[in-house]
Design a binder for this molecule. Structure first.
Ligand SMILES: [Ca+2]
Ligand SMILES: [Ca+2]
Ligand SMILES: [Ca+2]
Length: 210
């Protein structure tokens, strides 16, 4: 996260407070001798949900997401903030930040995310699980927010819905299943059931094959 070439660990712990659930976030810094130092991130209490190079500058960035909007208001936004790296090793301050509404004005209610480049345009894309709200059928839906050179999203009214997620995004892995260089997703549809997939391509992810 500080672009020194050594892998770091981002920890996000739930820390209930008087305003409801909140998340403490820390970076455990890697280094040449394996010694560790820890820096607490002094951002708001959003959960850290994804890591990727969202602006394509070669430095990793951290995605944090606020609580799903339906827990706050029926049609409120759900802010997500990208902390653009490198992060300062001294105080965890990012180079700059970008905040966007991953809930699309209350349409989606995002709890988990996965990051990959599903259309291989060089911009990281975000796969989010959209929790079903009253009046809609089925379980969680998988939606894809494609990246641009300015970060996540391309100004679309709605992200692409690619199908149902029985177990949500906790059981999704991003990998290149068929070796064509486009990131794909593998999905465990039940605890002991078969693995489904959605393949990446020029137009992004296919619908979920099950
Ligand atoms: Ca970056
Ligand atoms: Ca992309
Ligand atoms: Ca692929």
């Amino acid at each position: 996260m500080d672009d020194d070439g050594y892998a770091d660990v981002v920890e996000s712990d739930e820390a209930p407070d008087s305003h409801g659930e909140s998340f403490d976030k820390r970076v455990v810094w890697g280094g040449p001798d394996g010694s560790k130092s820890v820096t607490k991130l002094h951002t708001d209490g959003d959960s850290a949900t994804g890591i990727g190079d969202f602006d394509g500058d070669g430095a990793l960035d951290l995605l944090t997401v606020a609580k799903p909007s339906f827990t706050q208001s029926a049609d409120g936004p759900q802010p997500a903030t990208v902390l653009y790296g490198p992060l300062s090793r001294d105080d965890g301050v990012p180079r700059t930040t970008l905040t966007l509404d991953v809930g699309y004005e209350g349409w989606a209610s995002v709890k988990y995310t996965a990051v990959g480049d599903f259309d291989v345009d060089g911009n990281q894309d975000i796969l989010a699980s959209k929790q079903v709200i009253v009046g809609e059928a089925g379980g969680d839906r998988a939606v894809a927010v494609y990246g641009s050179s300015h970060g996540p999203g391309r100004g679309e009214d709605r992200p692409g819905d690619i199908g149902n997620l029985k177990l949500g995004l906790r059981n999704v892995t991003v990998c290149d299943i068929n070796g064509d260089s486009y990131d794909d997703i593998a999905i465990q549809s039940s605890n002991d059931g078969p693995v489904s997939q959605a393949l990446g391509g020029q137009d992004g992810l296919s619908t979920i094959d099950r």
